[in-house]
Design a protein around this ligand. Structure first.
Ligand SMILES: *Cc1c(COP(=O)(O)O)cnc(C)c1O
Length: 356
């Protein structure tokens, strides 16, 4: 019996990766495979590599260390701005990190010198999304400081968008990134190797032929994994959206009223629940709860199924309109949003099944 589990179709991950690499390569853009969405599970990382990415990137040093212990020798980039407290581990386990603080780059410089390695840094420029990065006017000054540090090589600059402020990458703001790169190159009298133009939300510009020339790297997670671009609310129709399928076992199936009976207090999380009276409805409880995934991160595959709510360990589905006949013990499938993906890979309760 299968029970509640997460099925990962490794072929679809490989094909999504290959498709994105195929779109980017003719424009001189390298794709970094971003592994943080699935806690860098080695089987999935291998599928990305089989799809044609050569370098990988993750936000968590623990994930990089897991991959190193599994024998992955690829070039790895740390995506989250480094913690000074981890400088020693970072220069030993990664080749490159994204940075915005000169104090941190000094720590990386000392650690790299002590370890006898050269660590690459990419200076992040904040073009308006207001997550990480120096503001554009500080870019040249910061790079000049970083250039003096032994053990470090300034490999280039980059930006991040569509994360905190929801700012969309455009030909305009990415042209600014390229213009900053040209100013820096002039001041340093050398070429920068990398201009890193964002993540999945930047693919559309490449596809439309509107990516400013100069951008030569994208760091892609969501597109490869889910075939979606949440920032633009796009389903990327040339990619698979179902490489990950969560299947949850039905543990109760009954007709019940759609409005609870009695005085309404608070639900298990302290919220006052709201209900619409739709009469008696067929509903299913599946063995899945907020300890595993937030219901907002799931999309039922059957069109007639709706998620009504969830407590820690039970998820309630309205299955009245489901055209398939359901039974206790059957499984209901869900596609994932990015949040659902993150949740499921950090839940210890959901077994993973790899299909290939
Ligand atoms: C997570 C992350 C990415 C990948 O973003 P996707 O939208 O999943 O492609 C890229 N860059 C940085 C800095 C990130 O933290």
């Amino acid at each position: 019996m299968a029970g509640t589990s997460l099925e990962v179709d490794l072929n679809k991950i490989r094909e999504n990766t290959a498709r994105i690499v195929e779109i980017c390569t003719p424009h001189g853009i390298e794709v970094l495979g971003v592994t943080k969405g699935f806690s860098a599970v080695p089987e999935i990382v291998s599928a990305m590599l089989a799809g044609g990415v050569e370098r990988i990137a993750d936000a968590r040093l623990e994930n990089v260390e897991l991959l190193r212990s599994e024998g992955f020798a690829q070039h790895m980039t740390l995506l989250r701005i480094p913690m000074i407290s981890q400088a020693d581990r970072i220069v030993r386990k990664t080749q490159c990190s994204l940075n915005s603080e000169i104090k941190t780059m000094r720590a990386l410089s000392e650690a790299a010198t002590a370890a006898g390695v050269t660590h690459e840094v990419i200076l992040m420029i904040d073009l308006g999304d207001l997550r990480e990065g120096v503001v554009p006017v500080d870019a040249v000054g910061t790079i000049r400081e970083a250039e003096k540090l032994p053990g470090i090589r300034v490999a280039g600059i980059g930006t991040n968008m569509g994360c905190y402020g929801g700012i969309l990458p455009t030909a305009t703001n990415l042209s600014l990134l390229c213009a900053i790169a040209r100013v820096i190159e002039e001041k340093l009298d050398r070429k920068l190797e990398v201009i890193s133009g964002g993540g999945t939300s930047s693919i559309q510009l490449v596809k439309d032929g509107k990516m400013p020339p100069g951008v030569n790297q994208l760091r892609i997670g969501e597109g490869i994994l889910l075939g979606t671009d949440t920032t633009h609310q796009l389903k990327l129709d040339y990619l698979h959206q179902d490489a990950f399928l969560l299947k949850a076992e039905i543990v109760e199936l009954k007709d019940k009223p759609s409005v609870p009976i009695g005085r309404i207090g608070r639900d298990a999380f302290g919220n006052v629940p709201q209900f619409e009276d739709l009469g008696i409805r067929r509903r299913a409880i599946v063995a899945l709860g907020r300890q595993d995934v937030q219901p907002e991160g799931l999309i039922p595959v059957d069109p007639g199924i709706q998620i009504m709510g969830a407590s820690s360990d039970h998820m309630i589905l309205d299955v009245e309109e489901c055209t398939r006949e359901l039974h206790v013990g059957d499984r209901v499938a869900f596609r994932l949003k990015y949040q659902g993906l993150l949740n499921l890979f950090t839940s210890p309760y959901i077994p993973r099944i790899f299909l290939s």
